[in-house]
Design a protein around this ligand. Sequence first.
Ligand SMILES: Nc1ncnc2c1ncn2[C@@H]1O[C@H](COP(=O)(O)OP(=O)(O)OP(=O)(O)O)[C@@H](O)[C@H]1O
Ligand SMILES: [Mg+2]
Length: 361
Amino acid sequence: MVLIKISGLCQKYGGRTVLNNINMAIEKGEVFALIGPTGAGKTTLLRLMGFLEAPTTGEIYFDGADISVAKRVKLEVRRRIAFVLQKPVVFNMSIYDNIACGLKWRGKKHPEIEAKISHLLEVVGLSALRHKNARTLSGGEAQRVAIARALAVEPEVLLLDEPTANLDPVSTAKIEQLVSHAVRLKMTVIMTTHDMSQGQRLANRIGVLVNGEMLQVGNSSQIFASPRNKKVAELVGVENIIDGVVTSNEEKAVTIDIGGAIIEAISDLSVGEEICACVRPEDITLTLSKTPSSARNSFSGKIVRVISIGPLMRVQIDCGFPLVALVTTKSAEELGLKSGRRVCASFKATGIHVVKKEERI
Ligand SMILES: Nc1ncnc2c1ncn2[C@@H]1O[C@H](COP(=O)(O)OP(=O)(O)OP(=O)(O)O)[C@@H](O)[C@H]1O
Ligand SMILES: [Mg+2]
């Protein structure tokens, strides 16, 4: 069921377009992550969804109601949404009072507040510090207090702006547990993040916002395995993005001129189209010399760098264009892979994901 529907949303500040024609829907109970580079418009979109400001043009419907119609509707809807800011605000009072203040404003009675806050303090792992002044907390603790305060009023929608920015891995894991807790309480969570892996871990769906445009919306495997265009591929960290032009297409078996060399791939893009060939490092096979194999693409190159990452080796190769391959440490040792060594890098036509250089939805 759609909870928030956004159509034709634009936001301008002083004539500058910050969000351009955003169309999307948020499903009830989902975790939706907005990812995108700095300045992409993530916070702005979140603020609009939280009705903290009005869009220049376009509509936002909450549970079927157009919020712009009546002030009263807007106020009712606002009470169903909680917003935790990028820089969490904590008040100059105890952790307990910080978390309780939303309930006090809503006129709740003391026993109810006490029971609820004690439970939330357990959830956020701050029971022992309940009387401590919140202003003295670390960034991660303050973020937990801000989220607990939001959870206390049992919103239907929790908006989290970069909830783990600048936090260490332990604090990040704690915040992520809180997001999972909110999901168990059937809240709809919309969050922004720079952290692609966090989007993958937490979100049912991800929206990729670049320069005010929503370039792709999908589940994490759609976004990470099949980025829609070059910008998305770059943003989600595809390591091998090779620019080229389609020079032939016979029943989707395409040849791509990458400036001197040819790559064969599968795609329905037409001849003349400017594209990028995305190749996953784990799909590249390295051998010491050219071997007859089923891989359609085989390039000779010189190893530039070898970096160990746990059981794997990341091998950077110069094939006239840069290529990164991931191989097991065992096979790297067997092949004697080290910088300066010449190798042959092969990958199958079917392992390549071909995307247009520029495309919008
Ligand atoms: N109230 C405002 N007045 C003028 N410009 C604004 C305002 N709010 C945001 N902007 C501009 O809009 C653009 C998008 O800002 P926004 O904060 O939404 O980006 P973001 O994706 O959240 O970035 P970050 O990842 O750094 O938090 C920026 O260029 C910012 O300077
Ligand atoms: Mg922001």
